[in-house]
Design a protein around this ligand. Structure first.
Ligand SMILES: Cc1ncc(C[n+]2csc(CCOP(=O)(O)OP(=O)(O)O)c2C)c(N)n1
Ligand SMILES: [Mg+2]
Length: 393
């Protein structure tokens, strides 16, 4: 068993009635047991593209659904590559790549229902994709032309949050609120291995546990927090921390989209049933730099990255689909063309983004205004007016 502690209280919240994902596909072999002393990793698809079984988590997907997950991962990776290139060309100020984390994000993102709510970090481009946020909207903030770029309530996807871990508190408060409303939706909060050390994350664990909030904490352990390795964040596997707070934790292969989907779906259903929070640790790897401002060759070895390349989330699903005859050559060719079109579209939209009116930076800070913001606005207006042409270049 990977679930660490299930002592959460049951409440009277309604069950969603959503279909549970049981029933292993026939003939699937059993996953290798973790070596003695090693934490178990929930895995349904090996790095070699072999389908394996897990006693607690499984999923039965049609060929079409598998192709859908593959398409999501490929297009997300293509979008991410385009954004990185745009930053290098000076079109974006910064970019935080998700390269290598596509399975963690698409698997968990596709586990959501429309009425669930997501609180992301700054790297959840794949989850945004699953929520239907226009990918070009993700780029406005990184180009410096807006403060976010989308209405969180349109897609139940909160704005990107840079202050590490603070979104887990927002998620917990939101989850406590929807529970009081009697809704049967759930909340998915993302954070990283480094953010797991933040007080905010630990406080949100305490609150969500004691109030039995319908929230799933999804930690993408990509092994690094900029230049700090995971060994500097914890002495125990991260998922085991949940036990101390009184809710279950599970480690999933973060490069296995099927396992990420099955585990997240199960945790969300548990939350809907009123059984409280779950911590999912998606064990993955940040293949690119922390952001385009970072140079990972200063602190990590190429060999480490190469070892993770062999566990690529996209390649393993492709191998599986090809071996099982779930996708033909035409599918991959069409997807390649679709990817190129997406890249072109993103380039065009970013380059054409209008420069905002200077004073707009003060808008939407407070719903009813604030004296300090008024003061700053007046100061900035005076500064702009001090230039000969009335505007700073
Ligand atoms: C409260 C706070 N402290 C420090 C930072 C600076 N910072 C930005 S990202 C980062 C590392 C985060 O690592 P992790 O949580 O593992 O997420 P990852 O970037 O690997 O996805 C740090 C220290 C910040 N944004 N917020
Ligand atoms: Mg990290």
């Amino acid at each position: 068993m990977t679930v660490e502690s299930t002592a959460a209280r049951k409440t009277t919240r309604r069950s969603s009635g959503a279909k549970r994902t049981t029933g292993a596909s026939a003939g699937a072999k059993k996953a290798d047991q973790a070596p003695a002393g090693e934490p178990e990793l929930v895995q349904l698809l090996t790095p070699e593209g072999e389908r394996v079984q897990h006693p607690d988590y499984d999923i039965d997907l049609s060929a079409e659904e598998l192709r859908g997950l593959y398409r999501d991962m490929v297009l997300t990776r293509r979008f991410d590559a385009e954004a990185t290139a745009l930053q290098r060309q000076g079109e974006l100020g910064l970019w935080a790549s998700l390269l290598g984390q596509e399975a963690a994000q698409i698997g968990s993102g596709r586990a959501l229902r429309d009425d669930d709510y997501v609180f992301p970090t700054y790297r959840e481009h794949g989850v945004a994709w699953c929520r239907g946020v226009d990918p070009t909207n993700l780029l406005g903030m990184f180009r410096g032309v807006n403060h976010g770029g989308w209405d969180p309530n349109s897609n139940n996807f909160h704005l990107y949050t840079i202050v590490l871990g603070s979104q887990t508190l927002h998620a917990t408060g939101y989850a406590m609120g929807i529970a009081k409303d009697g809704a049967d939706s759930a909340v998915l909060a993302y954070f990283g291995d480094g953010a797991s050390s933040q007080g905010d994350v630990n406080e949100s664990f305490v609150f969500s546990a004691v109030y039995n909030a319908p929230v799933v904490f999804f930690c993408q352990n990509n092994q690094w927090a900029i230049s700090e390795p995971i060994e500097k964040q914890t002495r125990v596997p991260l998922y085991q921390r949940a036990r101390g707070f009184g809710f279950p934790g599970v480690r999933v292969d973060g490069n296995d989209v099927l396992a990420c989907l099955a585990v997240t779906r199960s945790a969300l259903e548990r939350a809907r049933r009123g059984e409280g929070p779950t911590l999912v640790e998606a064990f993955t790897y940040r293949m690119a730099a922390h952001t385009t401002s970072d140079d990972p060759t200063r602190y990590r070895r190429d060999a480490e990255r190469e070892a993770w390349e062999a566990k690529d989330p996209i390649q393993r699903l492709r191998t599986y689909m090809e071996n099982e005859g779930h996708a033909d050559a035409a599918f991959f060719e069409e997807l390649e063309a679709e990817s190129e079109n997406l890249g072109k579209h993103v380039r065009e939209v970013v380059r054409a983004m209008p420069v905002p009116e200077h004073m707009a930076i003060f808008d939407h800070t407070y719903a009813d205004g604030h004296a300090l913001v008024d003061e700053e606005r007046a100061e900035f207006a005076a500064y702009q007016a001090s230039f000969a042409n009335g505007e700073a270049e």
